[in-house]
Structures are given as C-alpha cells and as structure tokens.
Design a protein around this ligand. Sequence first.
Ligand code: ADP
Length: 254
Amino acid sequence: ILSLIVVCFAISFVALYSLYRQKKLSEVTNEFVNNMTHEFKTPISTISLACEALSDPTLHNDANIREAYISIIRDENDRLKNMVNNILQIAQLKKGQVKMNIEMLDMHDLVHKVVDSVALQISSAKGSLNLALNADEHELFGDKSHLQNVIINLVENGIKYSQGAPEILINTQSNGKYFLLSVTDKGIGIPKKALPSIFENFYRVPKGNVHDVKGYGLGLGYVKKIISLHKGKIEVQSEEGKGSTFIIYLPLKK
Ligand code: ADP
C-alpha cells in the first residue's frame, strides 16, 4: 500500500510538473508573439505611410522629399530584414544547425569592427563607449561573424538597458589559457532572482505590462550558445540600479 501511495504521488507530481512547464511555455510564447507583432507593426506602418506620401502627385516634383521618403522605406525594410534574419538564426540555433566557419582571428580586430557598427547608436544616445584592450594574446580560433554578433549583442544590451546616456566599457585580458572580454554598463542592472534566467530563450526581466525597451529575449540565449560552441563560458555580475558586466572566456589558440 505504501509503495502504491508513493507511486501515485510520483505520477501526480510528474503530471503537475509537466502542466506547469506547459503553462510557462505558453506564457512565454504568448509574450514573444506579442513583442514580435509589436515590433513588426511599426516598420510596416511606417513603410505604408511613406508609400502613401510618395503617391501624392504634388510631391513628384520635389526630389529632396521623395529621396527622404525612399530612404525611410529603405531603412525600415532593412530593419524588417534584420528581424527576420534574427528569428531565422535563432530557429536554426534551436535545431542545432548552426554553421560555424572556424578560422584564426584577432579578437581586437572584431572589437574595432563592433565599435564602428555601434558608433551611430552610441552617439545618437549621447553616450560613450570606451576601450581597455589589455589582452596580450588576442588571437584565437573562432567564427568571426558569430563572435562579432556576440559582442554586438552585449554592447547593444548595455545601450538598451542604460538609464540616461549609456556609458559602456569593453575590457579585454588574457591569462595564458583564456581570452577574456567584458562589457560593462552603468544601466538599470538585473535583479538577483532574475540572473539565473536571463540566458534562457524568450526570457525578459518582467517590467509589469510596459516594455519600453524592445527585444525578444533571444539575444543572450544566442550569446551563450555561440560561446559554448567555442568551448568558452560566460559570466554576469550585476547590481540593480548600478549596472552590469558580462564576461566571456574564450580558449586561446594552442
Ligand atoms: P532582449 O531582446 O530582451 O534584450 P536578451 O536575451 O538580450 O533579450 O536579454 C534578456 C533579458 O536580460 C533582457 O530582457 C533584460 O531584461 C535583461 N538584460 C540583458 N542585458 C542587460 C543589461 N546589460 N542590463 C540590464 N538588463 C539586461
């Protein structure tokens, strides 16, 4: 009888747990769909407004205005393209089909490329991005474009979750075995109890109903996956209201 009770108890526990997982998954997917539709809506409606304006016959003679609208359409279309690419990339990552193109690379070169690509975002937010490239050894085997995406993701999070003008610092070090790169911001920080979840796909630190900062909760999942495919690791230190530091460790060439 006792074993029967134990078995029944175990079965109901498993059933309850799987119900809980399903509920959590559906909540998470709902939120993802909401965020995504919201993010798609803006560029789509901007494009259709610009098209409407362009079809106004009184505008046909003004080349400047026409060019301005066309460049809006081009930018918004690029944004849509990036969003679709991101989602496809994540879907591929989930299926474990990530294509890696491993070659010898210089991490400091990658950092400089990242600096160029976020320069506009930093300056339009009136922020600053400082470098302390202290690693003596900065060459390793890895995938250039994925590692560049990783650094971009971390820096863009630093910008997105800043309070006021973003102040970002990228620091590198090497210790013979590993190349370390950290991205530090003085932003909103992450509550202690959320820290274990931030690398899960679709997870975003709850902000009530307002998500003034856009995102799908996929960036850090991607970062973690890519770092582990390089046999590295990632750590985070954060204090709410003070800021965060994300540190990646990548094995050096040997
Ligand atoms: P998202 O697209 O939401 O930015 P991420 O996977 O990149 O997705 O990050 C997951 C969550 O972790 C974010 O929604 C945010 O709540 C939190 N987070 C990530 N980076 C930072 C940071 N630098 N400062 C504060 N919170 C952060």
